[in-house]
Design a binder for this molecule. Structure first.
Ligand code: ADP
Length: 390
């Protein structure tokens, strides 16, 4: 049976569809009661008779039952916030700038699928994976963008051998460099060379990331991959809570327990921050003996499967430890393109196909944008479909 805290954690992943913030964070969850297989949630709507009632009545029970197999009955009692609570909430949302900070990729009608690639710790092959997935998606005929959001540990430009810098057309329009058929933005392009550290305070990271999402001429790619920093910090928080609430994350891990435990922690934290773990990739899953062709397991086995079961998501790929790939990766050449017959390239290509199935491309906009959507401060958006303040 789940604890109240566990149920609250699940509820924390549900966003108010209009305010784009978690219902727990917004103070809407007033009570949780668990008796046997029955959970009762007291939810305070922002206004009585809120038009989104049916959304909550459907989504809350579904999510709780989905998460806890021993819960068969979920009762949602809808109440309303007091005038004071409502004012505090609306004020808080404005101060947090949720509406102003949402990026064009956040809307349900965005033609772009955003996938963040995360890991618990560094060195597990997250960036190598991101680059190969991007190049692999291009090979499948998709348009792709890649943001190196690993602001301090950026490595993607080197991995791709990209030395071209983005072109600043004006302060609101940046043309990104391209490599292997996809567009790419990295903080690595903003410093003179790779030895120069990118020194910035947390809030500035968010500003860069927001600019990467809103001012770059991406041209509505079908897929936008974000290489997250390891663990969960400011960047994941900015993505989950401000710029791209509800966006999907693929966790990369190596097979050993120590690595999957930290990856699980990062995934759970990301979920609390408003992201959604959608799949797992196990890197360095096995090695193939040069002499006998047998598989060996230098980092153990089973961690990727375990992690995917923990989140109840697919294990999207198991990439072997492939020393030649490392030499290529470290010299700017993704395996899927430069070593197409290698064991790692084949494993990456299979992973790409599973990703295409999991996230089929979305319909294009009817009128294709030729310029990026530049975010202008939105008017305080507080109206529900019936003109209510929600
Ligand atoms: P992270 O982004 O998680 O810090 P990287 O992608 O930078 O990790 O990978 C760390 C190092 O491991 C790099 O030198 C990379 O080339 C190497 N590497 C990653 N995956 C593999 C693999 N499957 N086989 C061999 N080397 C790998």
């Amino acid at each position: 049976m789940p604890t109240t805290e566990q149920v609250r954690d699940v509820l924390a992943t549900i966003n108010d569809p209009e305010l784009h913030r978690g219902i727990v964070e917004l103070g809407m969850v007033k009570g949780i009661d668990i008796k046997g297989s029955r959970v009762t949630v007291d939810l305070a709507l922002t206004i009585p008779g809120c038009p989104l009632k049916s959304f909550f009545l459907e989504v809350l029970p579904a999510r709780i039952k989905e998460e806890f197999s021993d819960i068969s009955d979920v009762q949602v009692n809808l109440g309303a916030m007091t005038e004071e609570e409502r004012k505090a909430l609306v004020g808080g949302v404005r101060a947090g700038g949720a509406q102003e900070e949402l990026t064009p990729f956040a809307g349900p009608d965005s033609p772009t699928i955003v996938i963040a690639i995360g890991s618990g710790k560094g060195g597990v092959g997250k960036s190598t994976t991101t680059v190969n997935l991007a190049a692999g998606l291009v090979q499948q005929g998709h348009s792709v963008g890649l943001i190196d959001a690993d602001m301090y540990g950026y490595s993607i430009p080197r991995m791709l051998g990209v030395t071209t810098r983005p072109t600043m057309v004006d302060e609101h329009l940046i043309i990104p460099p391209e490599a292997y058929g996809f567009k790419l933005m990295s903080i690595g392009s903003a410093v003179p060379d790779e030895e120069t550290p990118f020194i910035s305070r947390g809030p500035m990271l968010g500003k860069y990331l927001h600019a990467f999402l809103t001012q770059v001429h991406w041209q509505d790619p079908e897929y936008l991959l974000l290489d997250l920093p390891p663990g969960t910090g400011d960047v994941a928080m900015d993505i989950g809570q401000r710029f791209l609430p509800g966006s999907s994350m693929i966790l990369v891990t190596t097979p050993q327990k120590a690595s999957t435990n930290v990856a699980a922690r990062a995934g759970l934290t990301a979920q609390k921050l408003g992201m959604h773990v959608a799949g797992v990739i196990e890197n360095m899953a096995y090695a193939i003996c040069d002499h006998c062709g047998e598989r060996t397991y230098p980092f153990g086995s089973g961690g990727g499967k375990e992690l995917s079961e923990k989140f109840d998501v697919p294990l999207l790929g198991q990439i072997p430890l492939d020393p030649p790939m490392r030499d290529f990766a470290d010299h700017g050449k993704p395996a899927v393109v430069e070593l197409p017959d290698s064991v790692s390239a084949i494993a990456f290509k299979e992973t790409v196909q599973r990703i295409e199935k999991l996230f089929p491309p979305r319909p294009k906009r009817s009128v294709r944008k030729t310029l990026p959507l530049i975010m202008t401060p939105a008017k305080p958006h507080t109206h529900g479909p019936n003109g209510h303040t929600h």
